[in-house]
Design a binder for this molecule. Sequence first.
Ligand SMILES: [Fe+2]
Length: 345
Amino acid sequence: MPRVLVADGDPLIRRLLRRCLETDGYEVAEAEDGAGALRAIRENQAFDVLVTDQALASLTGVELIAIVQEIDPALPCLICTGKGDLELATVAMEAGAVGFVMRPFRPDHVRVAVQRAVERRRLVRETVRLRLAAPMLERFTTILANTIEAKDSQTQRHCERLVRLSDALASELGLDRQLRATVRLGACLHDVGKVGVPDLLLRKTGRLSADEWDVLRRHPEIGASLLADIDAWVEVRAIIRHHHERFDGSGYPSALAGYAIPLGARIVAVVDAFDVMRSGRPYRAARPLEQAVEELRRHRASQFDPDCVDAFLEMLAREQDGIDAVGVPTRSGLLVDELHRLRQR
Ligand SMILES: [Fe+2]
């Protein structure tokens, strides 16, 4: 039940507002002056709306709203104004009020104003909840991905590096905040389908047979189908499903080519290949940075989106931190110059 605090020096007005709001199912608390209202809010910050008169005993309504906004910026405040009192409404809005209740009071006006304020409170709370939940979800996803990865190889923290570098590349390519979040989740979970691949196969150090490759190549589709029930993850699933497509159309599982491959999958493909080359796999030793960079350049526009490769190399060359992030020993400046030289060859 939403809770409304009514601050007004006139007991008749308080009773009138209480009756009107309680009829609509609100729980109403009263304060006869500004100090009382502040005390009630400080002692119990569970109000959803404050309705205040301007002519309070210890504080004006505008002063009360300004202080309340410092205590709880998400608490919607309404000021009671007389007809034509535009100046008061304007000053109250500047202090943080979200609306006003017109005097003389009409129950339907009071209801609409309070209802809107309550809805606003709900939306603010929902936004805050999502903002808090999103990083937790990402963290949980990383833990899940690292757990799955542990069954794949000795390579530790591949997913975390992938998330960090994919996010940096997405930013380099100018993607907005929401798309970057999708890329991070896709990068983190790109190999989640490996839960459906036998451990023996994942840990095999010798060459894989054709049949074994067929089994391994099912992991993008397995991964996408595992997350099929999460409606909001259509784009995340697309990254997982298509991260082994190749720009020239020779990849799997759908042999998509060029820009038909989702951008997130093109980003992850470049970063994943780079990190796998740098960190090695049970069946292949880690390669030096120069070789990894050369390999990306060699397969630019055949295996990889050329724009993604260019942006990634640009980013590596520019960001010393980015180079550190993938575990490359740095020699202040020299390595950056070396990368520039490789890129321009
Ligand atoms: Fe994969």
